[in-house]
Ligand binder design. Structure first.
Ligand code: SAM
Length: 342
């Protein structure tokens, strides 16, 4: 049996076979086609939109790749008030968003009490909308309190499933074990959970990527966030090359075929590295986009990597432009919550 037929039929390959398709571009066109067919069988031509609110760029962590790491003293820090966050939601709701994603650094200012108050205020005002959190590693009680306040989805990329690699990307106080534990805890509480990793992060090997796919098979997340690593000039990784755009597309397709039901964003990083990256990501199997709803004045401050896009189709306010581009790619933006279809 052809290797791609096997992937489609069994949703799995041996490590050697995964390496075989990861290491070449000869399967790419066929992979995109199969991934698109699989996504259409589960999600039709619908593209779900999430309004991304980057509400704080303070972070206590010092991840070596990230522009908002605490060690970057050139970063201009900000945090949004509850009122500002709510007004982002007002604008998003008006624009047709049914999911709000609150993402931020690990900022101690936002205690569980403050965060729960924000979550429940959004939930009270927009009971039919979904609230997604992406605020890093917390203990079980904290995760549970956010869930009880109304957040039902959580994004926490595992970053890499290989211990030695994890250590090269993170400071000593962070561990893969804790990251993984958080993901399983979130699942246990009842969240729709998103894991994922950067493609082409420093020191990453193709074997590391196979380990990432194996970890995803074990976790079975509802969402998988992947995008190229992009370097930031004020981090220790400033001289590392960006991740490959085409390897990122290849992985989107492989992931769609392995996990037909998964919610798979065509990420901002993909749109940053290539002008048509978002559309090409959709054609390779992605079915979610997350335009930016943060206030204009802070957009340029949530700079995880150099040149991160925050205007044009990336801005939630330009939804019409995004709709046109999505339509040109052969899909349609829908104003639905867009829950996972298991
Ligand atoms: N603090 C939360 C957390 O740890 O999950 C959420 C914010 S964190 C900045 C969101 C994601 O940005 C990370 O999971 C990481 O994969 C991605 N990211 C950070 N720096 C990046 C870079 N230089 N290139 C590409 N993605 C990056």
């Amino acid at each position: 049996m052809n290797i791609l037929d096997k992937l489609l039929k069994e949703k799995n390959l041996t490590d050697t076979e995964f390496l075989q398709i990861l290491n070449t571009d000869i399967y790419d066109e066929e992979l995109y086609k199969i991934a698109d067919k699989v996504r259409r069988e589960v999600y039709g031509d619908e593209v779900y939109i999430r309004g991304l609110i980057e509400f704080t760029n303070y972070c206590k962590n010092n991840c070596l790749y990230c522009g908002i790491r605490c060690g970057n003293d050139k970063a201009v820090r900000y945090r949004l008030t509850k009122e500002e966050i709510l007004s982002c939601c007002d604008e998003g709701f008006y624009l047709g968003f049914k999911t709000f994603v609150l993402q931020g650094g690990e900022d101690a200012y936002f205690t569980d009490e403050i965060l729960c108050d924000i979550i429940s205020s959004i939930k009270n005002k927009y009971p039919d909308c979904a609230i997604t959190l992406s605020v890093g590693e917390k203990d079980k009680e904290s995760y549970k309190s956010y869930f009880d306040a109304g957040a039902t989805r959580y994004l926490l990329r595992h970053e890499t499933a290989t211990n030695e690699h994890y250590k090269k990307l993170h400071p000593k106080n962070l561990s893969l074990e804790t990251r993984k534990k958080c993901l399983y805890t979130l699942k246990e509480i009842g969240y729709q959970v998103g894991a994922g990793f950067m493609v082409g992060s420093p020191f990453q090997t193709m074997e590391n990527i196979v380990a990432d796919l194996r970890f995803l098979q074990d976790l079975k997340p509802d969402m998988i966030g992947i995008g190229p690593f992009l370097s930031h000039k004020d981090t220790p990784f400033k001289n590392f090359e960006n991740g490959s755009f085409y390897l990122s597309l290849r992985l989107l397709s492989i992931i769609r075929i392995m996990f037909p039901y998964v919610l798979l964003p065509s990420t901002t990083a993909l749109g940053t590295i290539n002008e048509n990256g978002r559309e090409m990501g959709l054609k390779a199997g992605a079915n979610v986009v997350m335009p930016n709803l943060s206030p204009e004045r802070v957009r340029k401050l949530y700079m995880l990597y150099d040149n991160k896009i925050s205007t044009g189709e990336e801005a939630a306010q330009s939804k019409a432009l995004l709709e046109k581009r999505v339509e040109n790619a052969g899909y349609k933006v829908v104003s639905l919550r867009g829950d996972v279809k298991r």
